[in-house]
Design a protein around this ligand. Sequence first.
Ligand code: COA
Length: 177
Amino acid sequence: MHEKLYEIKSISYQIRVIEESDLRSLLLVKNDVSVHKKRFQQQKNGEAVYLGAFINNYAIGYVLLSLDNKEDVMPYTNQEKCADMIDLLIIEPLRNYGVGSKLVLACEELCRENDIFYLGLDVNPTDNFAAKRLYESLGYYTVGEIHLDGVYEYIDEAGRQGQYEDWCIDMIKRMCC
Ligand SMILES: CC(C)(COP(=O)(O)OP(=O)(O)OC[C@H]1O[C@@H](n2cnc3c(N)ncnc32)[C@H](O)[C@@H]1OP(=O)(O)O)[C@@H](O)C(=O)NCCC(=O)NCCS
């Protein structure tokens, strides 16, 4: 059979707070129960909001908005509190349709509702240039020095083990009221 091409005309998606009952669908985005459970706990404690993008209640992306102060950017916020956007992720086939931007805007709205007027994040400016450009287009700017955000173990396609050093820069934005 020859390959056939069809179009899906319009699909709507929903951005909402993730609930524990979404776990099965979240695992298709990132197969790591402990990560999601930790975030549910943070959300229960009022320390964070776990936001997701959904099509028919199937998760297609998420971001964790930590409401704790992002201490390292305080010198650049006039000592005003800054929330932290962590692990923004959209499933690959649905990237570049604006969903990631909408999740960022939803985080900004939540910050304003909580009287937090700075929002920040860490991004690897070389390995994740596309994400950095997206944040810049939404008004985020870099502050401070590049720093080691984490070291991750990986196994490459040949089965060799290695370590990845995630060197990141902080980006922040002041949102008007
Ligand atoms: C970074 C990431 C979350 C962005 O999500 P996304 O949904 O693709 O983001 P958007 O679609 O809102 O924006 C991406 C680009 O698509 C463009 N775009 C937005 N809507 C569009 C549309 N309807 N048609 C075409 N392009 C569009 C945006 O202008 C943006 O372009 P730019 O990079 O030149 O600014 C996604 O690529 C991802 O999950 N990456 C892996 C995880 C990751 O790196 N996360 C960031 C951690 S800091």
